[in-house]
Design a protein around this ligand. Structure first.
Ligand code: GUN
Length: 295
């Protein structure tokens, strides 16, 4: 069998177009969704992310506010900026780019963001709200994975889902989202015994471990839907290329459907950041969030 390729890039483009339509409708009522992105320091990869976020925010018709702070900024100054953004009605979403420099405590910084503006969904209040089934801001990457899964499979009810990876950013919220969608959920990780046998149970297999090619064909149930969250830079023959956590060539022979890297989950992350910003703007104005974009 050769798996269907799940076109995350195409889906993300469609999602951004729907968001732009909703933003235009909201703007006609006098509300322009605004996203503030804060970057501390000059990490080149972070600079690229922040630039792309700004471009896509503006393309969706939203206001983009960028705050670029020097690497030696004191934590108190960052907290003061966050307090100003929390109080600013033009700012509906706040994202502090991670990683932060060593003089800063990321948990304290994230904890200072108003949970209603926490478009990354990293605040403990949002993690808790997601866990107990209250409306929450949900981390962008797992939200994007859920959208791709629902688009591919329709109802997820009763399916066996295995999430490999237990990070706060992907693995744990992914498991919560799948549980809320009535899957039977297993969270596996680097210490799991017989990972292959666990993975082979999965109708839905989500790989989020950051190890190139670690999910191989023998770990996949025939016909399973495989979501590859990994974005690993590997150097072969002097060339750097992006590969996922899934051995794509092998697994594509077994799976029913699979996300490629690049072009799968990656493009969904910024699209879902825009979706979260729109959701935050709607909620801030007493409006329901757009259908299918929020939890
Ligand atoms: N650094 C890399 N990815 C992300 C992200 O999604 N959010 C934040 N805040 N920092 C990141």
């Amino acid at each position: 069998m050769t798996a269907a390729i799940i076109d995350g890039k195409g889906f993300a483009a469609g999602l951004r177009a729907r968001i732009a339509g909703q933003v235009a409708a909201l703007a006609a009522r006098g509300v322009v969704p605004g996203l503030a992105v804060v970057l501390v320091g000059a990490d080149p990869a972070s600079q690229v992310y922040v630039r792309n976020k700004g471009i896509q925010t503006r393309e969706a018709g939203m206001a983009s506010f960028e705050h670029l702070l020097p690497a030696d900024t004191a934590e108190a100054d960052l907290l003061a900026l966050i307090a100003r953004l929390n109080a600013d009605p033009a700012v509906h979403g706040i994202l502090v780019q991670l990683p932060l420099p060593p003089q800063m405590d990321a948990a304290r910084v994230i904890g200072a963001i108003d949970p209603a503006k926490d478009v990354d969904g990293f605040h403990v209040t949002n993690a808790g709200r997601l866990a107990v089934g209250l409306p929450a801001m949900v981390p962008c990457t797992p939200l994007g994975c859920l959208m791709l899964l629902k688009d591919r499979l329709g109802s997820l009810s009763g399916l066996e889902a295995v999430v490999v990876g237990r990070s706060n950013i992907v693995g744990k919220p992914m498991a919560q989202l799948l549980l809320a969608a009535d899957c039977t959920v297993t969270v596996a990780h680097s210490r799991s015994r017989d990972l292959a046998a666990i993975c082979r149970r999965a109708d839905i297999l989500v790989a989020a471990v950051g190890r190139p090619g670690m999910i191989t064909a023998d770990m996949v149930k025939p016909g399973a839907t495989v979501i590859d969250v990994g974005i690993n830079r590997v150097k072969t023959e002097g060339r750097t290329r992006l590969v996922g956590d899934v051995d794509f060539a092998g697994v594509a022979q077994v799976a029913g459907a699979i996300t490629p890297v690049p072009g799968g989950v990656g493009p969904m992350t910024i699209a879902c950041l825009l979706a979260n910003t729109l959701t935050a703007a709607c909620r801030a104005n007493g409006l329901p969030p757009p259908e299918g974009m929020a939890v």
